[in-house]
Design a protein. Structure first.
Length: 379
């Protein structure tokens, strides 16, 4: 019977290919949009992910996301260090600045100021240069995508000089960093260099990076810091999701992508359902003949589910393959770098395709289950 079901499925090539293409298109559209959505939202907290030395962030208790952090008084650092369970705590700076290149052009940048002594928060994956070079006078690191944005088409060259707030800086290394939400170049330097760029600001520390003691639960240490200092302490994961929650609730990104994903599901279900329903109608006489021969409804259900499974499996595989090819090429474009197909997107879309298959099968099964075998003898 399975062989007969497959022969019936492939008998009409046009409808067979239409079914596969509808599932393929729905899979491609949904997987692409879900993956891009996840990549863009993750970028909003990419600087949190890149700090691998510390386990906790301490900030003003009104901070809603990473780009909205007022500066803290210097004595807050000592107050945090005095909390029981804190192994060490260092200052950290993040702000937007403007760089002036050798040719006079300006570029907006994201500046990260790390602790002078420990370099906690500095990038660990270098393309060229050495981490220790950040301790050189006027030294800055720039992320790879940022270098290509500021000096497009030019090879990596250490020692380039440019200006930040009329202060001379020297490029000491190119690093790998997660792409930020705004796709601006990310520069790293020591905290003392930031003080040179912004001498008029009395306080320049807007975050304190903390490492809890080995025998202490980070969440317990966070609560202790909250209680003793009045500041807000979050684990890396906690701050990551707090930032993402802000962007999810304060921007139109979820709605826009949600509409596109829903349209992909609706179009895929509608086209596949209509085509599969018409396919079943055209084969009612064959199903009637099988019922007249004594084939049970359970067996007929199995045949239709097999047909739907074959179509959905091929369509899902083709859609995933086309999505992978899409991201392979788009990853070469700077704004799309780092956005790729995720396992969450693939599994979620797989579940959506399964729902489409079940819906189309239900509509087709209604005709078959209530079919009178005498239909085969009608003209």
């Amino acid at each position: 019977m399975n062989w007969l079901a497959l022969r019936m499925l492939t008998g009409d090539r046009s409808k067979y290919l239409s079914l596969i293409l509808s599932i393929t298109f729905a899979t491609l559209l949904m997987t692409q949009q879900v993956s891009i959505f996840m990549g863009i939202v993750t970028r909003s907290a990419s600087q949190i992910v890149d700090v691998r030395d510390a386990e906790m962030w301490v900030m003003d208790n009104k901070v809603r996301y990473i780009d909205e952090a007022p500066y803290l008084p210097t004595n807050d650092l000592q107050r945090v260090r005095g909390v029981t369970g804190v192994e060490w705590a260092v200052r950290f700076h993040k702000s937007n600045m403007t760089a002036r290149l050798e040719d006079g052009n300006f570029r907006n940048i994201i500046m990260m100021g790390v602790d002078d002594a420990t370099l906690v928060g500095a990038p660990r994956r270098m393309v060229t240069g050495d981490l220790g070079d950040l301790r050189l006078p006027n030294a800055v690191f720039i992320d790879k995508s940022g270098y290509e944005y500021m000096w497009p088409g030019e090879p990596f060259r250490i020692g380039r000089e440019f200006q930040i707030n009329d202060r001379r800086v020297i490029l000491a290394g190119v690093c790998k960093a997660s792409a930020p939400f705004t796709t601006l170049p990310v520069l790293y330097t020591r905290f003392s260099e930031v003080e040179r760029f912004l001498p008029s600001n009395r306080n320049l520390m807007n975050y304190i990076l903390v490492k809890p003691a080995e025998d202490r639960d980070p969440l317990d240490v966070c609560r202790a810091i909250d209680a003793q200092t009045g500041l807000m302490a979050l684990t890396n994961d906690g701050f990551f999701w707090k930032t993402i929650d802000y962007f999810m609730g304060s921007t139109g990104i979820p709605i826009n992508f949600g509409i596109t994903i829903a349209l992909g599901f609706i179009v895929g279900a509608a086209v596949a359902g209509q085509t599969f329903y018409l396919f079943t109608l055209e084969n009612l006489k064959q199903f009637g003949a099988l019922k007249a021969m004594g084939v049970t409804n359970v067996r007929l259900i199995g045949m239709i589910l097999l047909q739907a499974s074959v179509v959905s499996g091929i369509g899902y595989g083709l859609g995933m393959g086309m999505t992978a090819i899409f991201f392979t090429f788009t990853n070469r474009i700077a704004p799309m770098a780092g956005i790729h197909m995720t396992t969450v997107a693939a599994s979620g879309v797989g579940a959506a395709v399964l729902i489409i298959v079940l819906l189309t099968s239900v509509f087709s099964l209604r005709k078959v289950l209530f079919l009178e075998p005498a239909v085969v003898f009608r003209g």
